[in-house]
Write a protein that binds this ligand. Structure first.
Ligand SMILES: *Cc1c(COP(=O)(O)O)cnc(C)c1O
Length: 493
């Protein structure tokens, strides 16, 4: 029997995993979940004996079981066959007394590659079945846009259009996007800030007339948002694979419990750790690390989620989030599948920006999740101290998790893995400043400073941006975006 998916807000209408991957969001605005989670336990001895790709196939097949074995293995080969620069795909390295799980060896040097190399593969197999052609739309403040472009480039039946705020990203991030190769990609800069760009994309998604015109040509619009189950499932893999690496390294015995500390924004990454736990991975604690936007620290401490607070722009921008969308899935599972309760909490959030979970539910959450936050100064101190003590360079997001991990009590003999979500070279100016290195020149000068101080090499793709050819120089107003999308649907699909 294929595991069926339904909304977190209602269990009435069910659909296949493929449909859930194509839709992204459930029709009632909820997130797709399956009640089959945890029914199948993953065999740890098998995981320890397998490669990353074999583990990816095993876990994806368990979570998305209407894909055939052949489909899954071709997805895995296309996503991870030769796209990651590390032999282990996501290597675990020993740093001080702890371990760092490096998730950033993919084509754009950020952990989002792990999911966004896979999602287009899953989507294109599902779209072929539904004979749809899909245009992915994304608004980005930097990281997601490039990872999505790299994942969707040249995927059959799919196109992608990414918008970013003109002048609103780092120079490296802009170059990463405007130099993207592929016959099915488009990139446009938009006058205004990120919110203006994102609001305009949301308006396109609710523009019924535009969508009707596209549908006549067999084209549907979709998003590569992190709430898609096809982005979450691939992230479960590296929790199992990290465990396997620790067993093979002799750091733990198979069956020992371990901790994970996760730099968190939208709650997708750490939720994948919870999925792994439900699928049989021996986890003691999942530690949710936030930056100054510490809405999750407060929630996990008090049971009150309240987004009515100032928004802080930090040196860990991918964690600058006040609504952690994927938390909705945790609420569903932690209330034993009480969709009515989840619907009510999400309604409270929409109406008042706030909700509170029942005490018994909070206690169940706290039995698994610890939390903490670190501001920019603490993250800078963490980067400096870690480098001076161990020679290892943390990026600003990983530094938040590193600091929070240091502040969170350990249990005797329990290994701790800190998830590293970006290469320090992606944020080399802030890293150089934190380490006390010169940071006056352009981003590429900072890269070279960091290379010589740390005796490591910048990822090839980032260094090559200095001389890469710019393919996209479109700049537009937000109200020109719908027409731009319609034109690109014609050109690219
Ligand atoms: C997206 C991102 C995060 C946050 O991950 P979530 O799944 O949104 O919690 C952390 N660090 C980096 C570098 C990211 O790009």
């Amino acid at each position: 029997m294929a595991s069926m998916y339904h909304s977190t807000r209602s269990t009435v209408k069910e659909c296949s995993a493929k449909r859930a991957v194509l839709d992204g969001l459930a029709p009632d605005g909820g997130l797709y979940v399956t009640d089959a989670l945890g029914e199948t336990s993953i065999d740890l001895d098998r995981v320890v004996a397998q490669t990353y790709s074999e583990n990816a196939a095993l876990i994806l097949k368990t979570l998305l079981d209407d894909y055939t074995d052949e489909e899954i293995s071709s997805c895995v080969e296309a996503a991870y066959g030769n796209t990651f620069a590390a032999k282990e795909t996501t290597p675990v390295v020993s740093v001080g007394d702890d371990y760092v799980l490096e998730l950033f060896h993919g084509p754009t040097s950020a952990f989002k590659d792990v999911a966004l190399q896979m999602l287009p593969q899953l989507m294109s197999r599902a779209a072929a079945l539904a004979s749809e052609r899909i245009m992915i739309l994304a608004a980005t403040s930097g990281d997601t846009g490039k990872a999505a472009l790299a994942g969707f480039a040249d995927t059959p039946g799919l196109g992608i259009t990414v918008f970013f705020p003109h002048g609103g990203t780092s120079e490296i991030q802009r170059l990463q996007m405007v130099t993207q190769h592929g016959d099915n990609v488009a990139v446009g800069a938009v006058h205004g800030n990120f919110d203006d760009t994102q609001s305009a994309v949301k308006r396109i998604f609710s523009d019924k007339e535009l969508q009707a015109r596209l549908r006549e040509q067999g084209i549907v619009l979709s998003s590569a948002n992190s709430i898609n189950i096809g982005r979450l499932a691939p992230q479960v893999v590296y929790y199992f694979d990290a465990y396997a690496q620790l067993v093979r390294q002799g750091a733990i015995k198979c069956g020992d419990k371990i901790d994970f500390c996760v730099p968190t924004g939208n709650f997708g990454d750490v939720l994948a750790g919870y999925f792994a736990l439900r699928m049989g991975l021996p986890v003691r604690k999942l530690i949710v690390a936030s930056n100054a936007n510490n809405v999750l620290t407060d929630f996990l401490t008090t049971g009150v989620y309240d987004r009515n607070r100032p928004f802080h722009k930090t040196i860990s921008p991918s964690m600058d989030i006040l609504i952690s969308s994927n938390l909705e899935r945790l609420l569903y599972y932690m209330s034993d599948g009480n969709a009515d309760l989840v619907a009510k909490l999400m309604d409270d959030l929409a109406q008042t920006g706030r909700y509170e979970v029942p005490t018994d539910m909070l206690e169940r959450i706290q039995a698994i999740f610890s939390c903490g936050f670190a501001g920019d100064d603490e993250a800078r101190t963490a980067m400096k101290e870690c480098f001076e003590e161990t020679g290892y360079v943390l990026d600003p997001h990983t530094a938040v998790a590193w600091r929070v991990s240091q502040n969170t009590p350990k249990a005797d003999g329990v290994a701790r893995v800190v998830l590293s979500t970006a290469s320090p070279y992606k944020f080399c100016r802030d890293v150089c400043r934190a380490l006390g290195l010169p940071a006056e020149g352009n981003d590429f000068d900072c890269m070279r400073e960091l290379e010589s101080a740390s005796k490591t090499e910048a990822p090839e793709a980032l260094a090559a941006l200095e001389n890469a050819t710019v393919r996209f120089d479109d700049v537009m107003d937000a109200d020109e975006m719908p027409l731009y999308v319609e034109r690109k649907c014609g050109d690219l699909l």
